[in-house]
Design a protein around this ligand. Structure first.
Ligand code: 5GP
Ligand code: MG
Length: 172
């Protein structure tokens, strides 16, 4: 078992997610909100957020998988919309775990625009600001983190560590 160095504690995450949910709830009053999570990394954030957003809303999931090595993002992205609910005319909040280069969210957003939602806004737990390779920025984020590979709170390394309640860095 590897040692994990805590980068963001469970308590810090709870406070930030509560604040994020409050901002979202305030901004989406009187809208037809659909929270759309990107599988698999966003599930912990989505389930925490949806229970704190006290507005009627729908929930959907889409899957994005890229052909990549273990820890780095490569160009090709496959987007699976089999579980996409009807979003035409709706206000979509697209939720992912992390905005790294920004390519994943940008490409998903492009695909979703084809279904003619009223608007799409993006929310992530983590943003590696220094790595951004796109013009877009997330509309909502909780933490700006350094360029380190992180795990926990939904984020994996080779499919594991998603269940850690905090964000950490695997130490050699
Ligand atoms: P982007 O397209 O923004 O470069 O990458 C976003 C995706 O890459 C995330 O949804 C996530 O799956 C993965 N990713 C980027 N950085 C990290 C990281 O530090 N840890 C983990 N576990 N996944 C990451
Ligand atoms: Mg992901």
């Amino acid at each position: 078992m590897n040692n994990i160095r805590t980068l963001i504690s469970e308590k810090e995450i709870a406070t930030a997610v509560a604040d994020l949910s409050e901002r979202v709830a305030a901004d989406f009053v009187d809208s037809q909100l659909t929270i759309l999570g990107v599988l698999t990394g966003s599930i912990v954030l989505v389930t925490d957020m949806m229970r704190q957003i006290e507005l009627p809303h729908q929930l959907g999931m889409i899957q994005a998988s890229s052909y990549r090595g273990k820890t780095t993002t490569s160009g090709e992205l496959r987007i699976n919309i089999d579980f996409l609910p009807e979003i035409r005319g709706r206000d979509v909040l697209l939720v992912d775990d992390i905005f790294d280069t920004g390519k994943t969210i940008t490409k998903i957003k492009e695909q979703l625009e084809l279904f003619e939602p009223k608007q799409i806004r993006t929310a992530v737990l983590l943003w590696k600001k220094s790595r951004s390779e796109v013009e877009a920025t997330p509309d909502y984020y909780c933490f700006d983190i350094p360029d380190e590979f992180v795990v926990g709170y939904g984020l994996d390394y080779n499919g594991e560590y998603r269940n850690l309640p905090y964000i950490g860095v695997i130490e050699e």
